[in-house]
Design a protein around this ligand. Structure first.
Ligand code: NAD
Length: 373
């Protein structure tokens, strides 16, 4: 039986509550699919600041590096909000661990659960068949290129005096484009469909290099996968016009940041979105939502985004595709039966079908074939 070590980072707010459901569900999956999951819990974010004075203790990094995968719930909360630049902030933990693990690819599935179609801001007929994966480059582009703010000696600011100028540089190297292209093509291969490569090659030099490199990798290694180039402004429009045309979308850092938020709204619900961040070593999985301090400790949190993050972990870190499919099907089936946590319930949802965090986890376990508690 294979044993997988998972570094658990429950973090803050609802984090510990949804982490407990992930552990419970993994117990059932381990039994059904013949694997053992061992958990090493570590501190991150506000909880780490309280215990150690820093958002990312060295011990957490050691545990994360040694693990087969990292499962992170959420960090942050009003308790640690500060404008004092010398005080530690929970987000430093998140950014720090992503950097330390060298996570350059962020994967966000956008899947419409039939039962939740009405929660979308699009009409249900536009959502038929939507099942896409956004692959966002995470360590290059504008967010990490040369930047400055300086006195503008040529221009005039208010009152005719020199104003300021500022710039950020969209900088990409070939190897960065090559590796993200491979992540996208590999994903498309397992999903059996196509890749849309999104750029702004009609204007930006970095996009022309992007397109050139993506095509080179495609021709040399992935000619069996269909490749479509699309300009980013068109993609933004197509996402709301005909989202079902997309399978895997790969794009640079800032385009991906914006398009993935746009696409996430197709699902209509924050409590249902998972993400994977991959590098060359240990990968990290986390729900897209935050620590929801307004409902923390009340047993109301929706654990499904966390469980969908577990699904991604089974797929990408452990290659347990049957288990991942079974978990996705279990979640789909619980929703189809009408069960809802408060955040995804509608006016028409009967009161007796509105459940809390633990009950939702139990329902998923039941569908997976066994009730644990
Ligand atoms: P949030 O995602 O925590 O909450 C937004 C709203 O959605 C709230 O009403 C909350 O109750 C609800 N919500 C979120 N997740 C839910 C779930 N699983 N089940 C039910 N309802 C859910 O965003 P926010 O309020 O802007 O931020 C709260 C804290 O979380 C802040 O400190 C912020 O910095 C942090 N944050 C962390 C992450 C992360 O850990 N990756 C991401 C975003 C925000």
């Amino acid at each position: 039986m294979t044993t997988y070590r998972i570094c658990l980072l429950p973090g803050d707010g609802i984090g510990p509550e949804i982490t407990a459901e992930a552990v419970k569900v993994l117990g059932v999956i381990g039994e059904r699919f013949g694997a053992t999951f061992e958990f090493d819990e570590a501190l991150l974010g506000g909880a780490a600041i309280d215990a150690t004075g820093t958002a990312l203790p060295e011990s957490t990094l050691t545990i994360a590096h040694a693990a087969d995968a990292v499962l992170l719930a959420a960090i942050g909360g009003p308790k640690w909000d500060t404008t004092d630049p010398d005080k530690p902030r929970p987000e430093q933990g998140l950014l720090g661990i992503r950097k330390a693990l060298g996570l350059y690819a962020n994967l966000r599935p956008v899947r419409i659960f039939d039962a939740l179609k009405d929660a979308s801001s699009l009409k249900p007929e536009y959502l038929e068949g939507v099942d896409m994966l956004i692959v966002r480059e995470l360590t290059g582009g504008l967010y990490f290129g040369a930047r400055a703010r300086e006195r503008d000696v040529e221009g005039a600011g208010t009152g005719g005096a020199p104003g300021q100028r500022a710039y950020d540089t969209m900088d990409y190297r070939e190897f960065e484009i090559e590796r993200i292209a491979r992540v996208a093509f590999d994903a498309a291969r397992t999903r059996g469909r196509k890749v849309h490569s999104v750029d702004k090659a009609n204007v930006l030099e970095s996009s022309r290099l992007w397109r050139e490199v993506v095509h080179r990798i495609h021709e040399a290694e992935y000619s069996d996968v269909e490749l479509v180039d699309q300009l980013v402004d068109n993609s933004a429009m197509q996402l709301v016009r005909n989202p079902a045309q997309f399978d895997v979308m790969v794009t640079e850092n800032m385009f991906g940041d914006i398009l993935s938020d746009e696409a996430s709204m197709l699902t209509g619900s924050l409590g249902m979105l998972a993400s994977a961040s991959l590098g060359d070593g240990t990968a990290l999985y986390e729900p897209s939502h935050g620590s929801a301090p307004d409902i923390a400790g009340q047993g109301l949190a929706n654990p499904l985004a966390m469980l969908l993050s577990v699904e991604l972990m089974l797929r990408y870190s452990f290659s347990m595709h049957d288990a991942a499919d079974a978990l996705a099907a279990a979640i789909e089936s619980v929703l189809a039966d009408g069960w809802r946590t408060r955040d995804i319930s509608e006016a028409a949802t009967p009161l007796e079908l509105t459940v809390g965090t633990v009950a939702m986890g139990d329902l998923v376990c039941e569908k997976l074939g066994e009730t644990r508690r």
